[in-house]
Write a protein that binds this ligand. Sequence first.
Ligand code: ZN
Length: 288
Amino acid sequence: MRKYLMILMAITAISFPSWSRDEKLNVKVLYTGTISPPEAETIKGGSWFKKFSMVHPAFFIQHPKGTFLFDTGLGHSIKTQVKDMVWWARSATKFIQKESAADQLKALGLKADRIILSHAHFDHSSGLIDFPSVPVEVLQEELDFLKTKNASPAIFPSLFNEQIVWQTYTLENKSYEGYAKSRDIFGDGSLILVGMPGHSPGSVGLFINLASGKRAFLVGDTVWNSDGITKGLPKFWISSKFADNKPDEVMTRILELQALQKKYPDLLIVPSHDAKAVGAFEEMMNRN
Ligand SMILES: [Zn+2]
């Protein structure tokens, strides 16, 4: 009997990933790549001698009413896709590729009903082609942007194909935490999208409000380094030139985040690529 119980426990441990469950919400962070540039490349005034640890995550979100992936990270074909990138932007491709979000979800036996993009840059959208026929939700502004030729060096044709099912949505004129427009994804206040234009025209951030009262805010690429929010600083100027569509608007977004953090010191603000912030978010979800 004891042996039987032990076998059963072992099977249970294998079958269920080790993320603890909120009454309503689970989030699994899927790491699809890492890169460690000098800190100076990530923030104005950063050190050229200190490495800054960055990640390429996809966030799998499971709610009782459905599942979705917030960004895909680097997909299965990223090494081929980046051959499309202009030569001067190639330093962004010196990443270490990990298993794609699609493969990780498959291994975990999980399925995303849809994908919502924080924005369309390659390091967030490269995995779209690994999910044929899964609807991909973006703001109209972002869809127009990604279809514009030479819109950004971080967007290139090999990221997308005809199998991608684009679906646009609109943000309601309902202000949320100082953001003029928002979308309550499941209508229960747990997952709220807000518009954060600047890095790209249709960039969005995602508030995650847990039943326990803990809160996180996934802010895409408004900053790469959390210090940008604390210190109110933009990216390194060359990085901003490469990545930010409208640097002035990005600066406004950064100052909004700074004020938000002051108002809610416990709110965990998570820039997509800041390994420390993403790790803290993962821990918050695991402890929840
Ligand atoms: Zn990015």
